[in-house]
Design a protein around this ligand. Sequence first.
Ligand SMILES: *Cc1c(COP(=O)(O)O)cnc(C)c1O
Length: 376
Amino acid sequence: MTYFDYNATTPVDKQVLDAMLPFFSEQFGNAASTTHAFGWYAQGAVEKAREQVAAFIGAEPTEIVWTSGATESINLALKGVFEAYRSKGNHLVTCVTEHKAVLDTCAYLEEQGAEITYLPVDREGRVDLEQLANSIGSKTILVALMAANNETGVLHDLEAIGTICRDKEVLFFSDTTQRAGKLPIDVQDMKLDLCCLSAHKLYGPKGAGALYVRRKGPRVNLMPLIHGGGHEQGRRSGTLNVPGIVGLGKACEMAATEFWDNNGHISKIRAYLEHQLLDIPGLTINGSTRHRLYNTSNLYFPVLKDGTKVFSHLKNHYAVSLGSACTSALAEPSHVLKAMQLSQTESENSIRFSFGKGNTINEVEKISALILSLYS
Ligand SMILES: *Cc1c(COP(=O)(O)O)cnc(C)c1O
């Protein structure tokens, strides 16, 4: 099997694993134990990781809250802001192509009395900034728009969105899970008030994540989801996952130094695949090709002459994805592709390739040749 599904998850990097290992056994202390050296050592490692994560996004260490991953961070951001700002308003603005973690949380908040505007996207998968600005009213408390789409790689213009939100004095949360480790994130330049990370999307372990919560200009208030002990300044209780946090910190540190090497290597791999496959009549790239992560290729494949789908010829040897991994258990066409006005057939015949640092040109040469042979 060849792995082309790095947007679903990534393997833990060897250096990240090495950094984590001592904290499972010899250094097993509870970071909240203040009465002995086992606790102090664990706490020191957690605080070092907090600095690594903060530096990675241009934040202060005190602005980082540890969570179990992006889904929990998103829940804390949306529910936490909604609860804390209820007296100011009940209106949130988001977009139809967000990850289910955002959309399902919004649906829950609607049951709790929230009013949500779901901005549409154009055929390229992007929101209209004028429409965004017009959707913000006196009751709006938060805008939630993702940095990079997990299915198509389409990027939103965070600087422009952040500027609109700051001018209108509403908070801006961005799901930066897919952008992290692929392109820079700067919470000051992008005027982000909240954003989230998931370790397993950037060569770290599963079950570790973070939420950035701005402390000044403006200071963001959050109602916690999880009570019990007051860890993380009361924002998220529970004994910390020390090995996971150490892994997330190391993964962020490595991503910051490896950025440009990986970027060049992975861009070449995707360019090779698309260059080869664009010879197939009717094949199209889903989503903006100008504003897109360099590792993601979401392609519509015309049905083969014998009526079969390309995916059925790949699935035994290549790990690729149909729609998004999180919803592919349900036999539903992708909500992202549907929102971009693809027909049911186009959406069902689209495949996501997402490359990572373990891939080689040789691997894409092989899959390109296989796919081209299906059409010849
Ligand atoms: C993977 C992903 C999530 C969920 O992250 P988990 O850490 O697996 O909960 C949320 N948003 C986007 C864009 C993702 O790609």
